[in-house]
Design a protein around this ligand. Structure first.
Ligand code: UN1
Length: 508
């Protein structure tokens, strides 16, 4: 993108795509229409979504249930090939996805490119997992004359409930892992970003995944999410979003009729970075800026609380504040923009309220100005405040607000304990050149992803399986070796291969 020969023609093609009017419709039926507007400028309408009603969701689950056995019996190899074909189609339609990521979700161009890359990685990786675990039975030990085998099968219909902050990547991950395992999927995109989800599902169908096997269910959490999770035919739920919504889903699952089913949730975080006096200041500055402010801080992996050893704190804080001043906040379709809008007015209000609280209870270090066009959009410019202790923050603040706390060099154990005490356990950054410090943090910090001497966002599928523990989610890790099997049921077949069959042993 830094090469004008690549960037300029791409920007022209993206400009041309702005004329498109997009639609998201439930898999079956019509539902009710609602306009989707751009978070950076509410005067721009990106398209229309038709929300699924309770009756439509019910019909979709029944159709998916009827189609699932056929999908499961295709086997891992055939499903892998279809997911790989979908990955090719995603790549062929990458620019439409860029355009939608920018306009519907307010992503910067760089984030839009990363988003499509990650979605394609999920499709290819879960395809390879279908091949690895779902094509041959696993032979199990046993005495001579007995053959034992374990096979993985899809469980049935899985509800895939995904967030707006990765409207393509996470949407695709949560849809394709259960598909790889032989399930039918009802994919509920976030209320803010159904148009991206609609294009994704359309490409799945074009790739050859049957229409009833993967269906789009746009709509509200209450109507679509509520009906899906309470449905007696449902065989599992996979969810990424807030910890509160995960609790609500858990309650619905506990009270519903029907089988006991798995719930895979990836939720919030209160992510910290620990910087000691052996860290390299330039590197810390670069990594803090991207961890805290890229994607306008709207990543569950993002850095919220920076712990800096007091001996180096003044210098570090100054360098970070200086680097913040260089960030450009504004229109996400401008390739020079570093920080775009937040997703909607409700998100902005929560962050603005937190900033008001910080103005009263913390020390302001740096706060950028929102851009001129802010009045038509949802902007919360990056902010940096010093607080006294982590216990002052009672919840995750999902935006570009960074807090810093100083700690004494001999109090590393207390810092790690404070981080564990939040109950969240998603990402943790550590900037230190001291091996014993790293060993200590690795042993004691209860987090899912520890990043040492680098930024703490942008987990790569397969190389850095992603997900937390405690209030941050159930696991297994997305993009990791245990994820797809979580959506499968295990069946063991035991065959007596002696001539006499099973009765011989009864008579002996
Ligand atoms: C999320 O924001 O919900 O590592 C999780 C990363 C992303 C985080 C996704 N994969 O930054």
């Amino acid at each position: 993108l830094s090469d004008p020969l690549v960037r300029e023609p791409l920007l022209e093609r993206l400009k041309a795509l702005e004329a498109r009017n997009w639609t998201a419709k439930p898999g079956l039926g019509k539902g009710e229409g609602r306009a989707i507007v751009s978070p950076h400028d509410h005067r721009i309408t990106v398209g229309t979504t038709f929300e699924a009603t309770t009756a439509e969701v019910d019909r979709m689950v029944h159709a998916a249930h009827a189609a699932q056995v056929g999908w499961d019996s295709l086997g891992g190899e055939a499903r892998a090939q279809l997911l790989e074909r979908a990955a090719d189609l995603y790549e062929a339609h990458a620019e439409e996805f860029f355009s939608l990521c920018i306009r519907e979700a307010g992503k910067t161009l760089v984030d839009a490119v990363l988003e499509v890359r990650e979605a394609v990685d999920f499709l290819r990786f879960y395809a390879s997992e279908a091949r690895r675990q779902f094509t041959r039975p696993l032979p199990l030990p046993g005495p001579t004359g007995e053959q034992n085998e374990l096979r993985l099968h899809g469980r049935g219909v899985i509800a895939s409930i995904s967030p707006w902050n990765f409207p393509l990547a996470i949407f695709t991950g949560l849809m394709s892992a259960p598909l790889a395992a032989g399930n039918a999927v009802i994919a509920k995109p976030a209320g803010q970003t159904p148009l991206i989800g609609a294009l994704a599902v359309e490409l799945m169908h074009q790739a050859g995944v049957p229409k009833d096997v993967v269906q789009l269910a746009p709509g509200s959490g209450r109507v679509v999410g509520g009906t899906l999770t309470a449905h007696p035919l449902l065989a599992g739920v996979v969810f990424t979003g807030s910890t509160e919504t995960a609790r609500m889903i858990n309650r619905t699952l506990a009270e519903r009729d029907g089988p006991i089913i798995p719930f895979v949730a990836e939720t919030g975080g209160q992510n910290a970075m620990i910087v000691d006096s052996s860290a390299l200041p330039e590197q810390v500055t670069r990594d803090v800026i991207s961890s805290a402010f890229q994607s306008a801080g709207q990543r569950c992996s993002a850095l919220r609380v920076l712990f800096v050893q007091e001996d180096v704190a003044d210098g570090m804080i100054k360098m970070i504040a200086g680097a913040m001043e260089a960030l450009k906040v504004g229109d996400p379709s401008d390739p020079a923009t570093d920080v775009g809008p937040v997703i909607d007015q409700a998100a902005k209000k929560v962050l603005d309220d937190h900033l008001k609280w910080l103005d009263k209870n913390a020390k302001k270090i740096c706060r950028l100005e929102p851009p001129k066009e802010a009045k038509n959009g949802c902007f919360v410019a990056p902010a940096f405040y010093e607080i006294k202790s982590l216990s002052q923050l009672d919840r995750e603040n999902f935006g570009a607000i960074l807090h810093v706390i100083r700690f004494a060099g001999d109090k590393l154990d207390e810092v790690v304990e404070a981080i564990n005490t939040t109950g969240y356990g998603l990402t943790l950054g550590l900037q230190s050149r001291i091996d014993t410090v790293r060993d200590y943090v690795e042993k004691h910090a209860r987090v899912g992803n520890l990043y040492v001497n680098r930024n703490q966002i942008g987990a790569v599928v397969e190389s850095q399986p992603f997900g937390g523990e405690g209030l941050s989610g159930t696991g297994p890790k997305a993009g990791g070796p245990h994820y797809v099997a979580r959506f499968a049921t295990e069946r063991v077949t035991c065959v007596d291969t002696t001539a006499a069959g099973g009765n011989a042993s009864l008579m002996a």
